[in-house]
Design a protein around this ligand. Structure first.
Ligand SMILES: [Zn+2]
Length: 120
């Protein structure tokens, strides 16, 4: 069964898709098998200091790809506060990506009510 597409009707910007794929493939993200006297066998990601930024970008790209293709994708929805272009994971009655967007919508509603009552 095909899951709902959170970006239905949208096409990805080719450079954005390329940037995500570049970040995904630039750094191996699999944790290495390490072994020492204190911890015994364990897994940890090796992270040389000169790769910190690349690893952070690879992790963000992997999280984004997992979100778009994973079970939470059906909850991904655009923020209801125009002109915001962010997305959120909708749970319950949440409609906005942030308190700021919710406040903007509530303020616009209050302004519209005041303007309407003055025009009567
Ligand atoms: Zn928003």
């Amino acid at each position: 069964m095909r899951r709902p597409d959170p970006a239905a009707g949208l096409t990805p910007v080719p450079t954005a898709l390329s940037a995500v794929n570049s970040a995904l493939t630039s750094i191996p993200t699999a944790a290495l098998l390490l072994w020492d006297e204190h911890d015994g066998p364990h897994r940890a990601a090796a992270c040389p200091p000169d790769e910190i930024l690349q690893r952070a970008l690879a992790t963000l790209a992997a999280d984004a790809a997992d979100l778009l293709t994973g079970p939470d994708a059906e909850y991904l929805t655009p923020c209801d506060s125009a002109p915001c272009n962010r997305y959120l994971l909708r749970h319950g009655r949440r409609h906005w990506c942030s308190t700021r967007c919710g406040d903007r919508v509530r303020a616009a509603r209050a302004y519209a009510r005041r303007a309407q009552s003055k025009s009567r």
